[in-house]
Design a protein around this ligand. Structure first.
Ligand SMILES: [Zn+2]
Length: 239
């Protein structure tokens, strides 16, 4: 059972990766055939097996021998691990868990690829979140407001101190949307954890690259996604 769930995760991960990269380039991800970004040769089924094709081809295109980005492989592995964790830590039949992981990863990847969070995807996330909490809609709304207030406060303080955005408004909406899945205390925990993880990554990167200033714009949604996935998978109750 775990094996099938892992395979499902890899297949969905492969698809989500392509959706994010094609969206960023403004390409059609439903009809367009997969092709090598170097030689533009269209790829056959054997070249598109999640995880396995990358290993068999040793990370190189079959036709032009140029390197394939390791990102395909890594994203497929992460999806496989996430799906197996849902089955182990929650339940193998936790469809909502698979959906939640997929959406969090999609939003994180799209932020990495295009620095944008698609509001339609957030609406989809909220709609499903409300459907599973029909018995406590007020609870869902309260959590969304808690998320919104926390991030808008930090956003405002950041603007006041540094005169620039510490994260985008898309991130504010993302945390608020996550409120539909969590309790108010959990959403505050996710918000605070995202700063700890994001801050840790930025400081680590500055130490490793021996820089004392941040030049690159950093997508923040991945840190929110990691925090939300940890809280969801391990059912973290803060207080
Ligand atoms: Zn090629």
């Amino acid at each position: 059972m775990l094996f099938e769930i892992g395979v499902l995760g890899a297949v969905i991960g492969s698809f989500v990766n392509v959706v994010s990269m094609r969206e960023a380039k403004g390409e059609d991800f439903v009809h367009g055939r997969s092709y090598c970004p170097h030689c533009h040769h269209s790829l056959c089924a054997w070249d598109l097996l999640p995880i396995l094709s990358f290993l068999f081809l040793r990370g190189k295109c079959r036709y032009c021998k140029q390197s394939i980005s390791i990102r395909y492989f890594l994203v497929e592995i992460v999806f496989t691990v996430l799906f197996i964790l849902v089955a182990l830590l929650r339940q193998p039949t936790d469809i909502l868990g698979y959906y939640f992981c997929t959406m969090c990863m999609l939003i994180a990847l799209m932020d990495v690829d295009s620095y944008e969070i698609d509001l339609r995807i957030l609406l989809g996330l909220i709609t499903v979140g409300f459907c599973i909490r029909l018995d406590s809609v007020e609870g869902a709304i309260l959590s969304m407001v808690a998320g919104l207030v926390l991030y808008i406060t930090v956003y405002g303080v950041g603007m006041w101190i540094w005169k620039e955005e510490v994260f985008g408004m898309g991130d504010v909406y993302f945390l608020a949307a996550l409120g539909s899945y969590f309790s108010p205390s959990q959403i505050l925990f996710i918000g605070l954890l995202s700063f700890v993880i994001g801050g840790g990554v930025v400081i680590g990167w500055m130490i490793l690259s021996k820089r004392n200033q941040l030049y690159a714009k950093i997508p923040f949604a991945p840190f929110i996604s990691i925090s939300a996935l940890l809280t969801y998978l391990f059912s973290i109750q803060w207080f």
